[in-house]
Design a binder for this molecule. Sequence first.
Ligand SMILES: C[S@@+](CC[C@H](N)C(=O)[O-])C[C@H]1O[C@@H](n2cnc3c(N)ncnc32)[C@H](O)[C@@H]1O
Length: 256
Amino acid sequence: MNENQQIYESKKVVRNYRGLNKIYPAERVLLDIISRKTGKETMLDLGIGAGRTTYHFASLFKKYIGVDFSAGMIVASRNRFKDRLNAEFIVADVTSIPQLQVDHFDFILYSLNGIDCLRNFDDRVKLLSKIYNLLGNGGVFAFSAHNTKAITRLYTFQWPRRNPYRIITEYIKQKKLRSINGPLSNFINKDFFQLYDGGEYFKAFFSYISPALQIKLLKDAGFKKIQTIGIKGNELALEKVIDSDDDWIHYFCYKD
Ligand SMILES: C[S@@+](CC[C@H](N)C(=O)[O-])C[C@H]1O[C@@H](n2cnc3c(N)ncnc32)[C@H](O)[C@@H]1O
């Protein structure tokens, strides 16, 4: 079991995800695109957690398959969506998904920076190519990824806007960031790195990737049309996204 799998199996983290059904602004844009898309037979949802995205997307498809390597998350999803008869939930690592009942998907999703939980850069490259092959013609792959350009803000003390007690939590976070990962200079001007950014109580590590490198990897995997969306749901032209310092970038990738 890798380090990240262990934390996503923990009862505390599963409980946190079980309560989620919020949809983010960029996902609203995606939901609109997918609702209008022709060809909505099959959807594959990777790293589904406790089914936050099942809630919004599964009803649009005839067959929906959700995958997560955390058995706890899959049990939570099954319990939550007992009545959703088109949905199947599978415990599997996305880097070695077993043979599925469906071999081509109209839509594949890896939401909430789940792709950044992968062990290393090589796993990311291999997965992108596998996803391209799993998509049928006209299929869409959507995901979000942490942006390397947001690292300076992560390392900058964020004064709380409302709750003054958050000064203490922010102070502790800034101290931990440095003690676990070292100084900001370890990460500046890099196109890819991994660190413990505070997510999942500093117990999970996450990859960060520059939009320029992520777009190159998607093109190498075979995607010709890629749309990039900022954190507020605003479309970012490809030449602008390279300089964006949004915390996450959403990538919508089309297979023709
Ligand atoms: C940040 S959470 C996102 C959960 C969900 N997609 C959402 O939007 O609420 C990442 C999820 O991906 C799962 N995950 C991470 N790496 C995985 C892997 N290699 N194979 C399967 N699931 C993985 C974790 O267990 C966790 O549930």
